[in-house]
Design a binder for this molecule. Structure first.
Ligand code: AMP
Length: 129
């Protein structure tokens, strides 16, 4: 069965897409730690990030870096934190989170956003790529 993220890639489930290329896809996390919390995923469906082919893994990091730079241009923050967890969705993904302090990386406090806010933010990050 396809992962929820594979369904997002195929457009079967909606997402607040920022950008995609042949191999990778970036979209806003639906339950963000902070405004701008973004997920970068490989299109190939592999659960654990370190099980990715080295080439796909390196490409994911390159892709994530480009997206992180655009997030930093868009969201006032101390920096963009990067985290890999994967306990909820078994499809490798990189969390990019604009942070002010360590607490923003703890996945405890969450930010509520409207559909319009998500759409505007995805567009703003896209425009800074
Ligand atoms: P984890 O697998 O523990 O790294 O967490 C999965 C992340 O995916 C969580 O931060 C969720 O909020 C996020 N997530 C789950 N479903 C969706 C979705 N349909 N669209 C965007 N983000 C999602």
């Amino acid at each position: 069965m396809s992962s929820i993220f594979s369904k997002i890639i195929k457009g079967e489930i909606p997402s607040y897409k920022i950008v995609e290329d042949d191999n990778y896809f970036a979209f806003l996390d639906i339950n963000p730690n902070a405004k701008g919390h973004t997920l970068c995923i490989p299109k190939v469906e592999v659960d654990r990030i370190f099980d990715l082919d080295e080439e796909v893994y390196m490409g994911l990091m390159q892709f994530s870096r480009k997206v992180a730079v655009a997030i930093e241009k868009t969201i006032p923050c101390n920096r963009v934190g990067l985290s890999v967890i994967g306990l909820e969705v078994p499809h490798a993904h990189v969390h990019l989170i604009p942070i002010e302090s360590m607490d923003d990386m703890r996945f405890i406090s969450k930010v509520k956003m409207t559909k319009e806010e998500f759409e505007d933010l995805a567009e703003a990050i896209r425009s800074n790529l």
